[in-house]
Write a protein that binds this ligand. Structure first.
Ligand code: NAD
Ligand code: MG
Length: 397
């Protein structure tokens, strides 16, 4: 598609080397005249970051890892692309003039750069759900203050965003997020106990980064998404439902008071929701496979199992508790998932660590970003010490 006389849209991708970042780069490369890439931010995959920067003719390439500065500089020497490294450089990338910023860093590490983009009052495509879980009220308030438009990338939230008629908010009863159920949907709790990182990241429908893949296996991902939806759509916990739908064809639904239910469907390919945010308020083409409902034949639904997937309950309780509980939940989960990926704790210990961290830390209110960082730090220290205990117990057993 050629975009005749319109000036190119300036875009920045935070987390360009990850799963969402690569899908975003694919869409940008599909219509090179339409976009001017301002900045790309990655972390340790320097080869990919450099290749993307050259391919998309980015003006500025940043690695969050200071020790990788030289490697990135060498990889881009002679290209004319400006290079920088470290946390301050990541913030600078987020601050640079762009009309659309993809927030696709994983975890609370994305909070500060996402806020920088939000404060520029631009279109912020939000993939990084942990940002909303750990600081949703603050991010929402900043977006309002600076006139930023938050465009949900998470497939469920993007689906709901497409069928959520904000001007008829009073007529909305509830929304439903679908969940694939992950790789252990039918696995017994006894079998889950010995599941390995490799088994947990092998998602049946979606190809994603390691952290979100483990979150999908524990269903913490859906818990984080319930909290994310609370902030994005300003709905209470009682208006946020989850249903397991193994085919991942229907991504989200909105129930209206007249009994109508509006849903968005699509093949499980993140390029569709990303394209929705990139084109918004218009639509742009995406190369995702088209749905063939005849071939799919059956769409099935089931309630999530609260016994085998306690993470969903724990996240919902944190949402209801409010204050800093979701911040603690998110930080403890990041630590526990990293420990599981590192073979230091078992699969079932992930949710248990999160729950015990929440029990250990008294809930408190969060008024500022400093409050978020202090509580996030404290929760990480607590979760790490709980994991230390776990590991010692295991070593003694
Ligand atoms: P990923 O692990 O594949 O990529 C993460 C990106 O963040 C990489 O570019 C990495 O370089 C960067 N990064 C990591 N640590 C960083 C740090 N400290 N500072 C700066 N950059 C850092 O993850 P992903 O699957 O692309 O997910 C990204 C975000 O999008 C997550 O919050 C995830 O929950 C969300 N999301 C992903 C999908 C998906 O299909 N992958 C779907 C919905 C939501
Ligand atoms: Mg999702």
């Amino acid at each position: 598609m050629k975009s005749n006389a319109a000036p190119p849209r300036r875009v920045t991708v935070l987390g360009s080397t990850g799963s969402i970042g690569v899908n975003t780069a694919d869409l940008l490369a599909g219509d090179r005249d339409a976009y001017a890439v301002e900045a790309l931010v990655g972390h340790r995959n320097i080869e990919r970051l450099a290749a993307q920067a050259k391919d998309l003719k980015a003006k500025f390439a940043v690695t969050a890892d200071e020790s990788q500065y030289r490697a990135l500089k060498d990889a881009l020497s002679g290209s004319g692309i400006e290079v920088a490294a470290g946390a301050e450089a990541v913030l600078e990338a987020a601050r640079r003039p762009a009309d659309w910023v993809m927030a696709a860093i994983v975890g609370a590490a994305g909070l500060a750069p996402t806020l920088e983009a939000v404060r520029r009052g631009v279109h912020v495509a939000l993939a990084n759900k942990e940002v909303m879980v750990c600081a949703g009220d603050l991010v929402t308030a900043e977006a309002k203050k600076h006139g930023a438009t938050m465009l949900p990338v998470d497939s469920e939230h993007n689906a709901i965003f497409q069928v959520f008629n904000d001007s008829q908010r009073k007529a909305i009863e509830k929304i439903v997020l679908t969940a694939s159920g992950g790789p252990f949907r039918k696995t017994s709790i006894e079998e889950m106990a010995s599941k390995t990182p490799a088994q947990a990241v092998a998602h049946p429908n979606w190809s994603m980064g390691a952290k979100i893949s483990v979150d999908s296996a524990t269903m913490m991902n859906k818990g984080l998404e319930v909290i994310e939806a609370h902030h994005l759509f300003a709905l209470g916990s009682d208006q946020l439902d989850v249903v397991v739908h193994p085919q991942s064809v229907i991504h989200g639904l909105v129930y209206y008071t007249d009994g109508s239910v509006l849903a968005q469907l699509g093949s499980p390919d993140m390029r569709t929701p990303i394209a929705n945010t990139l084109g918004w308020p218009n639509r742009i083409p995406a190369p995702s496979a088209r749905l063939d409902l005849g071939k799919i034949a059956q769409l099935t639904f089931e309630a999530p199992d609260p016994i085998r997937f306690p993470a969903l309950r724990i996240a919902r309780e944190a949402l209801i508790a409010g204050g800093g509980a979701p911040t603690v939940l998110n930080a403890a989960n990041e630590i526990a998932v990293a420990a599981f990926l590192d073979h230091r704790i078992g699969f079932l210990d992930i949710a248990a660590t999160v729950e015990r961290t929440l029990e250990r830390l008294p809930n408190r209110q969060i008024a500022t970003l400093e409050d978020v960082y202090a509580l996030d730090d404290e929760a990480r220290v607590t979760a790490r010490s709980l994991i230390g205990e776990e590991t010692r117990h295991a070593a003694r057993a």
